[in-house]
Design a protein around this ligand. Structure first.
Ligand SMILES: Nc1nc2c(ncn2[C@@H]2O[C@H](COP(=O)(O)OP(=O)(O)OP(=O)(O)O)[C@@H](O)[C@H]2O)c(=O)[nH]1
Ligand SMILES: [Mg+2]
Length: 392
């Protein structure tokens, strides 16, 4: 039974017709969506017990509590990070917020290390350790050190503090080289965004924040609750949909995720929505059946809307450091990512991970999460990010 939810109302629809429609949509290729129940069983074995046994009501309360803490981001709004602020103010707000989180990291440590020291092998060794421990990645670190050595041998670096500018330039080139905006419009529409990632990386929260922002900016949004493995997952999205005032399309726990997507697209067409955001269950890149499920979701979307999905966004928890790089590589190999979302940047001083991943994958970071509140999602701005990362 599909449940269409809109603005604090739940509307039940007769579901048999859609279920049949999805089956025929699959064209008898042996991947009928009702097979999702089997998949759900297999997944229940594969995923951690902790992730499975979540009480739906507790989840609702948890998200409700987050809502209660939202006024905390008023400080953010005052800094210009919120919705009312103009572009320049927003940029300043983003910078202040990021600097608070990241300032303890790379910039501060570089200032302490470099000072006005002489450039010698001992310094370069310390620099190498610092860059690697800041999660810039081995490749980026070695590139930077090669450039430092080369420029130093040509006497082009006045003193060690000049290395700081050299690093800033290097990071700018890496990040700006792959910058790209989030696709939020498609012709024909709607724009379809699939959001994927491992358990707990911040997918659902990111979708909630994004939906909130898009609705506020006048876009029509439908969210597909295609994480059907836990009832609590859809509950969590419904609460976010309530805040954002957009439609959340869900089915019962254990339903085929592709069938939810099919219904969500039908609902989006009915509403004339601009954007459909698809939430998916947390998965490991090693769980083949779950990775195939993503491909199936993408196929269902592309049969409804040519060129879909317009975005395949991998959500990564920035606090997981080098693990995030490995996850990103494997997901990219399987799914062809169009963008990354780095969450929990408020909880780590290791913002260097953004550079490490971008260098490795050449996939742009499109959004960053800097808190649990509804306003705590930002478009990625390479310039502001590097300013924050390099501040001390
Ligand atoms: N501090 C902070 N916490 C975040 C951020 N984004 C998400 N979280 C928190 O991370 C936890 C997991 O977030 P979810 O959105 O439920 O993660 P998920 O990827 O949907 O998880 P599964 O559905 O279980 O795979 C929640 O407690 C969120 O509030 C962020 O940018 N900063
Ligand atoms: Mg989730």
């Amino acid at each position: 039974m599909a449940l269409f939810w809109r603005k604090r109302k739940q509307v039940q629809t007769a579901d048999d017709a859609t279920e049949e429609a999805v089956v025929s949509e699959e064209g008898g290729d042996g991947e009928a969506p009702e097979g999702g129940d089997d998949a759900a069983c297999a997944v229940a074995e594969g995923l951690s017990a902790a992730a499975q046994v979540v009480d739906a009501e507790a989840e609702r309360e948890r998200v409700g509590e987050e809502a209660a803490t939202e006024p905390a981001s008023a400080a953010d709004l005052a800094e210009g990070g919120g919705g009312q602020a103009g572009g320049e103010e927003r940029r300043r707000g983003l910078f202040a917020r990021l600097r608070r989180a990241l300032g303890r990291g790379l910039g501060g440590k570089l200032a302490a290390l470099l000072g006005r020291r002489k450039i010698d092998e001992a310094l370069l060794e310390e620099l190498e350790t610092l860059l690697i421990s800041s999660d810039l990645g081995v490749d980026t670190t070695l590139d930077i050190l090669d450039t430092v050595r080369e420029r130093a041998s040509r006497n082009e670096l006045a003193d060690a503090s000049a290395i700081r500018e050299l690093i800033r330039d290097h990071l700018t080139t890496t990040l700006e080289g792959v910058e790209a905006p989030l696709t939020l419009a498609a012709e024909p529409g709607p724009a379809i965004l699939i959001v994927i990632g491992v358990n707990g990386s911040g997918k659902t929260t990111t979708i909630g924040k994004l939906a909130f922002r898009l609705v506020r900016d006048g876009k029509g949004v439908v969210i597909a609750a295609a994480d059907t493995y836990r009832a609590a997952a859809a509950e969590q999205l419904v609460v976010w949909g309530e805040r954002a005032e957009c439609t959340v399309v869900r089915k019962e726990a254990g339903a085929d995720p592709a069938a939810v997507v099919f219904d969500a697209l039908a609902q989006a067409k009915k509403e004339g929505a601009d954007v459909v955001i698809i939430d998916t269950a947390g998965r490991l890149h090693t769980e083949t059946n779950l990775m195939e499920e993503l491909a199936k979701i993408a196929r269902v979307a592309s049969r409804q809307v040519p060129d879909a999905p317009h975005e395949v966004l991998l959500v990564l928890d920035a606090t997981t450091g080098q693990n995030a790089v490995q996850q990103a590589e494997l997901f990219h190999r399987y799914t062809g990512l169009t963008g990354l979302v780095l969450t929990k940047l408020d909880g780590t001083a290791k913002g260097g991970i953004v550079v490490g991943i971008t260098h490795r994958l050449k996939v742009p970071v499109k959004l960053i999460g800097i808190g649990e509140g509804v306003e705590d999602l930002r478009d990625f701005d390479a310039g502001a990010f590097i300013d924050a990362l390099m501040s001390s």
